[in-house]
Write a protein that binds this ligand. Structure first.
Ligand code: PLP
Length: 283
């Protein structure tokens, strides 16, 4: 995509500029949303707009536009791009403030940026499984707000990469929380488990869709505390996120989960295929 939407104007992506005094840059004082576009339609658009609204009100960042106008801008972004399958990032920072001060100056206007990048959605057979490492979750205790200050997530992801893994499973008080940019599901004996909602992790839209799909196709799914030990007894594990839908896990630490996810009747495979159908009927 050659243009981005920045502060009320469509601009060339190479010349769009944000002030160095933007609080998003100074303090990470900003929130964001990531949405998947399939065949020109945003999957779970209303759920994403609701979560954005929640992030804005939790952080007391002023909404740059009404929900209706934001929705329209997203549609215009898709139309202007001419791309049918993509990922959209919508970022809102608290705005520009000089001189730098933690204390918020009343009346500053939020900065809004929308970008769109082409993204192909893969068939289940093209998906590469992940290897994960467990690490203590040292992030802040409001992981449920989608803030763009992600340095802890970046550190935890790259520590995993440095050790030869793809990502980290984050653990707090012996409980499984999530990965650094995805939620987590375990399957054991035909039942699916995912950590119950708390303030420690992002309530993923994909996670919610998977729970809905489980209901629709009669799979038993349970939201409850999931303990670290259960990882090593699971039949299947997968991560969920808007960008990568459902990624199966083949290994955690030095424990092999194996490739049961490839079996025709694996829960991951059923849900991945179901998710794909759901994307196609997105409104
Ligand atoms: N958890 C974290 C920390 C994330 O950053 C993300 C997505 O970016 C998710 C979970 C998955 O959320 P969603 O399914 O809404 O993309």
């Amino acid at each position: 995509m050659d243009i981005v939407f920045l502060n009320g104007k469509w601009q060339d992506k190479n010349s769009a500029v944000v002030s160095v005094f933007d609080r998003g840059f100074m303090f990470g004082d900003s929130v964001y949303e990531v949405m998947a576009v399939h065949k020109g339609r945003i999957h779970e658009k209303q759920a994403h707009l609701s979560r954005l609204q929640r992030s804005l009100s939790s952080t007391k960042i002023k909404s740059p536009y009404s929900r209706k106008k934001l929705s329209l801008l997203l549609e215009q972004t898709i139309e202007k791009s001419g791309i049918s399958n993509s990922i959209i990032y919508l970022q809102v920072s608290r705005g520009v403030q000089f001189p730098r001060d933690h204390k918020i100056e009343l009346g500053i206007e939020p900065t809004i940026l929308i970008t769109l990048t082409e993204k192909k959605f893969l068939d289940w057979s093209q998906i590469e499984p992940l290897s994960l490492i467990t690490q203590a979750d040292f992030r802040w205790a409001r992981g449920d707000i989608k803030v763009s200050s992600l340095i802890a997530n970046v550190m935890l992801r790259n520590e995993a990469v440095r050790k030869g893994y793809d990502d980290s499973i984050l653990i707090r008080n012996e409980r499984v929380i999530e990965a650094t940019s995805a939620n987590i599901f375990l399957a054991k004996g035909g039942t699916i488990y995912t950590p119950k909602k708390s303030r420690f992790f992002l309530h993923g839209i994909t996670r919610q869709t998977v729970l809905r799909l489980c209901e629709e196709i009669d799979l038993q799914a349970v939201e409850r505390d999931v303990f670290k030990d259960e990882i090593f007894e699971a039949d299947e594990i997968w991560l969920s996120s808007t960008g990568n839908i459902l990624r199966p896990v083949r290994k955690v630490n030095d424990h092999s989960i194996g490739d049961k996810y490839l079996l025709k009747n694996s829960l991951w495979r059923k849900l991945y295929q179901q998710y794909h159908q759901d994307l196609c009927k997105a409104v």
